[in-house]
Design a protein around this ligand. Sequence first.
Ligand SMILES: NC(=O)c1ccc[n+]([C@@H]2O[C@H](COP(=O)([O-])OP(=O)(O)OC[C@H]3O[C@@H](n4cnc5c(N)ncnc54)[C@H](OP(=O)(O)O)[C@@H]3O)[C@@H](O)[C@H]2O)c1
Length: 345
Amino acid sequence: MDTIKLLLVGCGNVGKSFIKLLSSIEMDEEIGFVGIIDRKLGSFISNVPIAAKEIYKFLLSGYTFEDFVPSKGTILRDLTFDSIVDKVNMDVMIEATTTNYNDGEPAITYIKKAFEKGAHVITANKGPVGFAYNSLKDVAREKNLEFKFESTVMSGTPLFSLIKYSLKGCKIERLRGVLNGTSNFIFSKMEEDKIEFEDALKLAKEKGYTEKDYSIDLKGIDAKLKTVILANVVMGGWLKIGDIPDVSLEGIDLNKIEKGLEENRRYKLVSDIKKDGDKILGDISLELIDNTDPLYSVSLNYNKVVIYTDILGKIIVGGPGSGPDETAYGIISDLLEIIRGINGE
Ligand SMILES: NC(=O)c1ccc[n+]([C@@H]2O[C@H](COP(=O)([O-])OP(=O)(O)OC[C@H]3O[C@@H](n4cnc5c(N)ncnc54)[C@H](OP(=O)(O)O)[C@@H]3O)[C@@H](O)[C@H]2O)c1
């Protein structure tokens, strides 16, 4: 079996965790990096695949790729994405750059270029899937390539793969879930520690759960993009983020939280995706739900989705919604799926 050649674009928290997990998980497959591109750490490409273990060891040293001297192969450094994509010989591109909530770029362009070069693509980035799923899927299909993105919603918790592989033949009629871990963490902390919204937000920031621009979480923008992804990927919709109004979380104070709890009710930012005739509708809303609702029990930065099917009724999936290792695991599971396809298994 030939070594599977990877190009990693974006080597921040998730990219680094991906390299770490790849170097620690035992697998039959031979996998190596022919390049890494990162705005902070710099870039390199190699004419031979370099093992994850070697790169991870180097990353622990804290140096940038300018100082990276691999044990084999010759390398080129400090290239732009455009020059790299023309020079590198890759099987799979892993895209883990920062999400752009305005238009999904430049990741959409990167992914199109990778497809042009005949590479399969895995992304953890919500931007390209939220803004361009239908067109990227078509290009991948035309070229007989895989486009995978398990980590974009619920990080490594298997949602897309569960629906694709384990609910074959079922019609998905509705999806309803808590998809934004930050808002859920804030409300849970207010309930548990009896603290005000601002203090719970501070805790979420300290734990690294919020986006750099935390208004993305507080206005529901992250939840909206995930809602769009589920509507378009799972239900075949053409939803756009602009179709869903913003929601503000900031009006929820401790008094409201405590009143809710007295009635066995909790505040949740809920995404709801339904069919209306031929149309797929998606929405987010701040709901005070009671303890008979399956979403009542989701706490801290966990996520949960209720999948309404025609044959099996409700299927409920819950698990971590964020975290570098959890997200990197989603990339690994996508990668193994692609490799099995390449190997005809
Ligand atoms: N962390 C999670 O829990 C989680 C969960 C699910 C999905 N995701 C998604 O996974 C992706 C990565 O997340 P992360 O936590 O690893 O973010 P991060 O730590 O900010 O890493 C992103 C890295 O990509 C670099 N970068 C940005 N634009 C680039 C470009 N055009 N070319 C090359 N490098 C570029 C960034 O450099 P600069 O910092 O210099 O810009 C940074 O080093 C994001 O799209 C995020 O939404 C993350």
